[in-house]
Design a protein around this ligand. Structure first.
Ligand code: FES
Ligand code: FE2
Length: 422
């Protein structure tokens, strides 16, 4: 349970809010590289932390991020022409470069005036198939944090974006909640559930393919320099051996989920208080098949996902596509991991009030998310150091492994200890 006041503190991320000030200290994904597929392609409207921007790829392939509304008289640059090294407003033809230089002001063609002006533009990096931007105070720009998925060949990585109409924290908490995996994702986690005969799902791509039938995992949690990590320990059929699933939480909204063959890095980026862009990166030692991932997530059905706009399209208007007749075979009557997660997040409403819930020990990682995030909001307000800020995150990962009695779960991912404190 969280007081309404703390709930607001964590969930509200717009300009002028304490949560928004904390969020603005970090670099954020703003779109996938694939959404700006080639030089001079159509620009993209971007909403991040309750503010609107336009992203575009100029003639040389460089990506720029500007405030959406033109500095002259406020027409949207997302309607503009992207040409000859910049983006040109349709209204009076002012033209801006990716760095915000004012290139032309045709209705006031005084070169001195043009040179004096600078459009509100933001630092941008393109890494790992994602366009990242920093929109916080200039003097506080942190080092750019690298993730392991940025170091693999593009064929070994799939990047997806899914826009979901609810507050980011609901989706973050779902991701840091091991005990839901064996229930919500029953069909994938525990095939044979109908006959009460557990067999491990042989699909090495599926992050919900649990090694154990135990629905009551014991959690152990430890704070780290990037946030925290926790282990969910489940009973196995072998005496003195438990199944250990270690998942990190990376401040302010990141996690990594293990599948047998791949790692799923998930970033729940707040577009505003009631909309989230989930960036999902799957990477591993083997090439990744994008169509297979989309199918696994349940996003190959247009009822659920618009691939052009990257939007999760199911809602209460179609009961999230739930098929009650199909529930004889499928626990949820839904299809796919992401469809199940997004439907649950949306079912909690646009911004869930946590003051009336009833937590149990299996929710400890969810509680820790809140504690670490409240600490981050407080520290940002005091100008103190923030976990994960500016860290090299390439050593952060997740695992699902056997753990013998007496061994330390932290030894499964020793690199987490080596990530230095900020
Ligand atoms: S409003 Fe953009 S050029 Fe006038
Ligand atoms: Fe899930």
């Amino acid at each position: 349970m969280l007081s309404q006041q703390d709930n607001e503190l964590l969930c509200r991320v717009g300009p002028g809010t304490p949560g928004g000030a904390m969020m603005r200290r970090f670099w954020h994904p703003v779109c996938t590289s694939a959404q700006l597929p080639e030089p001079d392609c159509p620009p993209l409207r971007v909403r991040l932390l309750g503010e609107d921007y336009v992203a575009f790829r100029d003639s040389s392939g460089r990506v720029g991020l500007l405030e959406e509304l033109c500095m002259h008289r406020g027409a949207s640059l997302a309607l503009g022409r992207v040409e000859e090294g910049g983006i040109r407003c349709l209204y009076h033809g002012w033209k801006f470069s990716a760095t915000g230089a004012v290139m032309e002001t045709p209705n006031h063609a005084d070169p001195k005036y043009t040179a004096r002006m600078k459009a509100p533009a933001f630092p941008v990096r393109e890494e790992g198939g994602i366009v990242w931007a920093y929109v916080g105070p200039k003097e506080l720009e942190p080092a750019f944090s690298r993730y392991a998925f940025m170091d693999v060949e593009p064929e070994h990585r799939v990047v997806l974006r899914i826009n979901v109409s609810c507050n980011y924290l609901q989706l973050v908490e779902g991701g840091e909640d091991s005990s839901h995996v064996g229930v919500l994702h029953t069909n994938m986690a525990r095939p044979g559930w109908k006959d009460n005969a557990f067999t491990r799902n042989p699909d090495v791509v599926n992050p919900a393919a649990l090694a154990s039938n135990d629905l009551e995992p014991a959690l152990k949690i430890e704070d780290t320099a990037f946030g925290f990590h926790y282990v969910a320990l489940r009973k196995t059929d072998t005496p003195r051996v438990q199944n250990a699933r270690v998942v990190p939480f990376i401040v302010p909204y990141g996690r990594i989920i293990p599948a047998p063959a791949y790692q799923f890095t998930v970033l729940e980026v707040p577009a505003d208080d009631t909309h989230t862009s989930t960036f999902l990166v799957i990477h591993g030692k083997e090439p990744v098949n994008e169509e297979r991932i989309i199918e696994l997530l349940g996003l190959n059905d247009p009822m659920y996902y618009n691939r052009k706009t990257c939007t999760f399209t199911a809602s209460w208007t179609n009961s999230f596509g739930q098929d009650r007749a199909y529930m004889k075979e499928s626990w949820t009557g839904l299809r796919g991991v992401e469809v199940e997660d997004a439907a649950i997040g949306l079912s909690q409403g646009p911004l869930y009030d946590r003051s009336r819930e009833h937590l149990v020990p299996a929710d400890q990682a969810v509680t820790r998310v809140r504690r670490v995030m409240l600490e981050a909001v407080r520290r940002a307000g005091e100008g103190g150091p923030l976990r994960a800020l500016g860290l090299d995150l390439r050593g952060v990962s997740a695992c699902d492994a056997d753990l013998e009695e007496g061994s330390a779960w932290q030894d499964l991912l020793p690199s987490h200890r080596e990530t230095p404190l900020a």
